[in-house]
Design a protein around this ligand. Structure first.
Ligand SMILES: [Zn+2]
Length: 296
């Protein structure tokens, strides 16, 4: 892992999750910490090689791959943790992620691995939209909800760390149904992102880009495509599981990992919930099954 400089104060460490590094002299803050202790260790190594002292961690959202390194870094380097509300509940009590994936029940063991269950992290500051001063730097917290309930981005020196708002074409072509927890707010966030002008955008899972419009367009068309396909599938009323099975078959997905099944299940629920609240689809209850159907 290595540090890539962007401005005097802004850098990032490219990886499975791009880690933002903000520095002011020797003081530094990271944006997200990767999956686990190993990511924490690697981040520490890179920062120490640069003579930087980690004072703060900002988390964009509460998915395990974004805050799994918090425990190691906060404990060993005494860094203070800044997170948005709602996300903070999960970051402090990570078992909530597999609990919600398993519909609120005690999660089965397949959902208790590090990809969905990180180590608990302390939280020192709850952050909201607007200005924030950390390590003497002026940052702006930008709300980017949708992919996750209360996801945020961090704007500094005209560089926007935009978390999991957009995925690359490669990732979308591979996984077909990117994780979304609130489809309506995801669409609003993408529309907002589309007209933003900044010097650089740093998404978490793909290369930084100067112009985000292409990525936004791809992610918007993916979301609208899934909505259209679900509408088509619901020409005959179906249960959530039947909608999911048909959509995955049509997309040539072959789900074999239980945790992937539940992530996609949650995402399909987000789509169905959005369509229901938008009055595009309706519910019918019969034989003790809940089926979705096109609104008359
Ligand atoms: Zn995420």
């Amino acid at each position: 892992m290595e540090l890539v400089g962007v401005t005097d104060n802004v850098a990032y460490i490219p990886g499975a999750v791009n880690i933002g590094v903000l520095r002011n002299g020797k003081r530094c803050t990271v944006i997200d910490t990767g999956l686990d202790k190993n990511s924490g260790r690697s981040i520490r190594k890179v920062l120490e090689a640069e003579g930087l002292k980690l004072e703060a961690i900002i988390n964009t959202h509460s998915h395990a791959d974004h805050f799994g390194g918090n425990d190691y870094l906060a404990r060993n380097l005494n860094a203070e943790v800044y997170v948005p509300a709602i996300e903070s509940g999960i970051i402090q009590n990570p078992i909530l992620e597999p609990i919600y994936l398993f519909h609120g029940a005690t999660p089965i063991r397949n959902l208790r691995n590090k990809f969905v269950l990180a180590k608990p992290s302390p939280v020192d500051h709850i952050i909201g939209p607007g200005k924030l001063e950390v390590i003497g730097l002026d940052l702006e917290i930008i709300p980017l909800p949708g992919h996750c309930f209360n996801q945020i981005g961090v704007l500094v020196d005209n560089v926007l760390f935009c978390a999991d708002t957009v995925f690359s074409e490669r990732v979308i072509n591979k996984y077909k149904i990117p994780v979304v927890q609130d489809v309506g707010r995801h669409l609003d966030t993408l529309e907002k992102l589309r007209v933003m002008e900044h010097n650089l955008f740093v998404p978490a899972h793909t290369k930084p880009v100067e112009d985000i419009k292409g990525l936004v367009t791809k992610n918007l068309s993916t979301t609208y495509g899934i909505l259209d396909d679900i509408k088509r599938i619901l020409e005959e009323p179906k249960t959530t599981e039947r909608v999911m099975s048909k959509l995955c078959t049509d997309y040539e997905l072959d789900l074999t990992i239980v945790q992937q099944y539940y992530l996609i299940h949650m995402t399909i629920m987000a789509y169905l919930g959005y369509m229901y609240d938008e009055k595009q689809i309706d519910i019918e209850m019969e034989d003790n099954l809940l089926r979705w159907k096109i609104s008359p």
